[in-house]
Ligand binder design. Structure first.
Ligand code: SAM
Length: 335
């Protein structure tokens, strides 16, 4: 456990979490209070660094019965006799938020690849909910709509020349890779996924519950393991299905270290250049910086995930799918 005068890093990260969590008043208040609470910081500093993140700690606390509410209740749980059990949950679980609203960015990007059948491979797929773009209708508020799936509607404010597809191409494969795939048919896994939604984000929670049902009707093919280790195998499965393979990842490359991020980018650029697949990336601006650097206009507070197709940035997205901004002169078919 770190001494009290050596808590600068974790205090700084909780202050940053507090800013990131501004859309959830409860989590914002908890993260702000943790940042100024040396006793709690000291307990959390004893966790492996990757396990210290607020989203994971708060979700684990809620799994142990804590209701969103006053910070003192969280503090009592983290400093009290239940801490070892909460700690076990933190160590056993991961932040695997599976946000199906990200399909509102993926779908126009898929539309840029032509209208032939597509075989999807998702890296860091969690429960694989983002492997079903064809099961939703879309309303890009301000840019257009795509109907006819017979499924629920994903609605998102959109600015710029979003290349709204005329239809959804047939999907011939839905293959995901994850270090720890979550099973849509497993109640415990799905309950954890629902707990990862921040308090106050009721719309996201409802959307997730619906997406779980959509996915349960035809569960995806999920491979257990590291995305770099199993990429070739996943691509072979996809290619064998007859569609054009498309590798996509959202909020997943962020979990790789710098060396693996560079390897991912290099391998994807090589695969795209060889015509083996298309590549759609939706990540924070610092994750694959060479992609973000190529966007004509910079991110802003509402649009901070970089959307890139075949290594070329095309726009920005709010990380959880609350808004889309397409950049001019990129909205053309590249398939
Ligand atoms: C935040 S979730 C995002 C899930 C999904 N892509 C989405 O956008 O909703 C990140 C996922 O990446 C997985 N992950 C992290 N590192 C990985 C790796 N090296 N190989 C495969 N999966 C990984 C995690 O287990 C987690 O399920």
């Amino acid at each position: 456990m770190l001494p009290l005068n050596d808590l600068t890093d974790i205090r700084t990260s909780y202050r940053l979490h507090a800013v990131e969590m501004s859309t959830s008043p409860c989590y914002h208040a908890w993260a702000s209070a943790v940042a100024e609470d040396p006793e709690v910081l000291r307990v959390l500093s004893d966790l492996p660094t990757l396990k210290q993140q607020a989203n994971l700690v708060f979700a684990a606390a809620r799994r142990h019965g804590l209701e969103p509410g006053p910070y003192d209740d969280l503090r009592a749980l983290l400093l009290g006799p239940e801490w070892p059990a909460v700690r076990e949950t933190i160590l056993a679980r991961r932040t695997q938020t599976n946000e199906v609203a990200r399909l509102a960015a993926l779908t126009p990007a898929l539309g840029m690849l032509g209208d032939g059948p597509l075989a999807l491979v998702e890296l860091g797929a969690s429960a694989g909910l983002c492997l079903y773009p064809d099961r939703y209708d879309y309303l890009w508020d301000g840019a257009g709509e795509l109907r006819g799936s017979g499924g629920p509607t994903l609605r998102i404010p959109a600015v710029g020349p979003v290349p709204v597809p005329a239809g959804m191409p047939p999907i011939t494969a839905r293959v995901g890779i994850d270090l720890n795939p979550l099973d849509v048919t497993d109640q415990e896994d799905m309950s954890w996924l629902l707990t990862l939604i921040w308090p106050g984000h009721d719309e996201r929670r409802d959307r997730l519950a619906t997406a779980i049902e959509v996915t349960r009707a035809e569960p995806p093919h999920l491979l257990v393991g590291d995305m770099l280790d199993r990429l070739d195998e996943a691509l072979e499965l996809a290619a064998a299905s007859g569609g054009t393979p498309v590798v996509h990842h959202s909020a997943a490359a962020a979990y790789l270290d710098a060396q693996d991020r560079a390897e991912l980018e290099s391998r994807m650029r090589t695969l795209v250049a060889a015509g083996r697949c298309h590549w759609i990336s939706l990540e924070g601006p610092r994750v694959l910086p060479s992609l973000a650097a190529a966007v004509p206009s910079p991110p802003d507070a509402d649009h901070h995930f970089c959307l890139a197709v075949d290594g070329r940035a095309v726009g920005w997205f709010q990380g959880h799918g609350a808004a889309l901004r397409w950049d001019a002169d990129t909205a053309r078919t590249i398939g």
